[in-house]
Design a protein around this ligand. Structure first.
Ligand SMILES: CC(C)(COP(=O)(O)OP(=O)(O)OC[C@H]1O[C@@H](n2cnc3c(N)ncnc32)[C@H](O)[C@@H]1OP(=O)(O)O)[C@@H](O)C(=O)NCCC(=O)NCCS
Length: 158
């Protein structure tokens, strides 16, 4: 099987929106992906198998800090380390680009994502009460997490 990891391109916006809709109740539109992909402050990595998009991660870099905008893996390929691998590549890229910190927010009830971020070395900074409401019977807190990115404290071995 041909497997490729590369940044998202404008032509990937429809596939990215379709994959995003499999993971999020408030999924981004094709136009939203097209706009993020075209934005020079947004960095992405995506994994393709036989030309099919199966996972991607997008971060926004502002003033030397990166924020994870979104991460998604196709339901049939979850639990196989794809998101871990993509975020590890992204963080190495950011370290090399002198980005010193990476932040994210995650719904408190998203156990897979929280385990992923714990394994990637993120720690809890705070929470936003009742931040997530889409597709839920009751609001769920957002957990605010971050980790430093330095040459002395790199993400993981290359
Ligand atoms: C969260 C999400 C992106 C994780 O993607 P993923 O590719 O399945 O992530 P990983 O495989 O790297 O890690 C997740 C699980 O795989 C397991 N895993 C990681 N590497 C593995 C490996 N090499 N072999 C076997 N299992 C592995 C992890 O232990 C983890 O298992 P757990 O969920 O039971 O703890 C995915 O579940 C998803 O798209 N969810 C919907 C959208 C979403 O919630 N995005 C995050 C918003 S903050």
């Amino acid at each position: 099987m041909v497997q490729i990891t590369r940044p998202l391109r404008p032509a990937d916006a429809p596939a990215a929106a379709a994959l995003h809709a499999m993971g999020f109740a408030d999924a981004w539109s094709e136009a939203a992906f097209a706009s993020q992909i075209a934005d020079p402050a947004t960095l992405s990595f995506a994994h393709f198998e036989e030309r099919d998009l199966v996972a991607f991660a997008l971060v926004r870099v502002v003033a030397g800090e990166a924020d994870i905008l979104t991460v998604a893996t196709h339901p049939a390929r979850r639990g196989q380390g794809l998101a871990f691998a993509l975020l590890t590549v992204l963080m190495h890229w950011l370290v090399d680009d002198r980005v010193s910190r990476i932040t994210l927010d995650v719904a408190e009830d998203n156990t897979s994502a929280r385990r992923l971020y714990d394994r990637l070395g993120f720690t809890l900074d705070g929470r936003r009460k009742g931040y997530y409401t889409a597709g839920r019977a009751a609001p769920v807190d957002a957990l605010l997490m971050s980790r430093p990115l330095t040459q002395q404290n790199p993400p993981f071995p290359k």
